[in-house]
Every structure is written in structure tokens, then in C-alpha cells.
Design a protein around this ligand. Sequence first.
Ligand code: SF4
Length: 302
Amino acid sequence: MAELVNRLSWSKSRAMSLSKCAREFYWRAYGSWGGWDRARATPEAWQSYVFNKMKNLPMLVGELIHHVIEQVFDTHQRGRPLPVVEQSLTSLRDRLRQAWRESREKRWEQSPKNFHNLYEHFYGPEPDRETCERWRDEAYQIIRNFYELDLTQKILASPAEQIRTVEKLEEFVFDGKLLFIKIDLAWHDGEKLHLIDWKTGGTDDSVEDQLAGYALFAGRKWGVPIEQMLGYPVYLRDNTIGANCLAPEKIERLEASIRRYFDDITPRLVDTARNQADINAFPMTEDLWKCRNCFYRQLCAR
Ligand code: SF4
């Protein structure tokens, strides 16, 4: 098997990490490299790899809702009978229970990639039953809302080939640099390409950048001009559809922030050709409040 190479790359989560705390970025992008092979990795690399895979309860619930939605569109693409809402709720419940059990039993110690590790179990405190049930019930309602949405029905009534991509990690090149993006759903209605960002929480400021990233990818990789795209969030808690966020200046703003991201990292590297970094070039944040819920705080002793 070819040796894995740690390539310098941009993704929304890495960019957010860098703007939050340079040390967190280091753990994610460099300190954890090779940590998947516990027998050969340093304890620090293994530990940061474990934290790379960690989630908190809201993240887990959001991820599992996205899985259920993905499953519906994937089934449509395969031309198979679609799961009815009760089947999707059962699937969500089973996945939630399994994730909770795996995390509690620390099965991730065998494989952090294949078993869930919840922040609430690792650092505590474990949420009480009432809190868990509230999260579960909200997730159920979100799935029901998704099924009731006119947009969902419209997509499912259209030919399967009009779906371009569902939750697939895509990579592309911008200014000679590697970028990763995961589009929730790209669907063509016969006239325009819809880039859809399913939101399982409330509104958040990053949605414009998220959709600009989808459009940047669709323009570069599929050659779709911006006038032929619509990009919008769908808030599944109350089934509202946000306005089209795409505009040339928003894509330019994202491009500028991607350039700044690479300009920030490159001078810190000890070997740019091999993308190697030294921990000291990525200092810990002075804003201690950021450490309170940080997954890496054990490594930083904070
Ligand atoms: S614990 Fe604090 S210093 Fe360490 S990575 Fe997290 S935010 Fe940064």
C-alpha cells in the first residue's frame, strides 16, 4: 500500500479550528498524524487522533440526522423503495442507542474511527436521562419535518439522476492548493442546481461561507456558473428555507479567507515541501474560556 502523505489542505472545520486556537489546529492537522496506528504512534499522536474523532452529544445527534437523510436520498438514487418515516425514526433510535453504548463502554479504544467517543463520557458530566430524551425527541421531530417538507417531496419525485451528490467528501484544487468540502445535497431541478445545507440547529453565521464553499466547488469541479445555482439553508427544526445566499462577492470573500488561511499556516511550517510542523509555532490560545469545552484539553493540561 502507498504511504499516506499529510497534505496541506483547507476544509471548513480546519479553518474554524485555526481561527479558534492555533494549538487545536496543530493537534488536528499535525499532532494526530499517524495516530490511527496505536502500536506505532506516540501516545500523544494516538491521543490527539482520539480527540479528532470525538463528538459531543449535539454533534452526534446532528450527524445521525444527516445520516438518516442521506439514506433516504441514497435509496432514491438506487431506485429502491424509500424508507417511510417510521423506518427512519427506528434507524435513528438504533444508531443513537448504539453510539451511546459504544461511547460508554469505551469501545473507541479499539478503534476511534469505528466507534463513537462522546465528550460527555470522556470528560463528564454524563447528561441525565431527561436531557438525552429531549435530544432524541427533538431529533425525531426534525426527521418528521424533513419528510413533510415540500422540497423533500419535490426532490424525491424527480428523476434520481438529478441528484448530483449527497454528503460525499469531495476534494478540489484552488490556487494550486487542496480543498475538501462535503455538500449536504446538490440537486438539479431541471433549470438550476440547488446547493442545500440541512440545518438541524438554529441559524449560524457560518452558513454563507458554507454555501459559498459549495458554489466554489460546483463552479470549479462541475463548471456550473453562479447564475445557474441556488444555495440556501433549510432549517429543519421549524421547516423554514433560507434565502439564496449565493453572490459573486460572497464567493470572493471566501476565496480571500482561504488564501489568508494558507498564508497563515505556510510560514509556520518547518518543512513546507513535506508539510511538517513544529508544535511551538502553534501556540495555545490565551482565551481560557475556549478551552472549557475543547476536546483537546487533556493534551494541553487545561
Ligand atoms: S485546550 Fe485550549 S489551548 Fe488547548 S487546543 Fe483547546 S482551546 Fe487550544
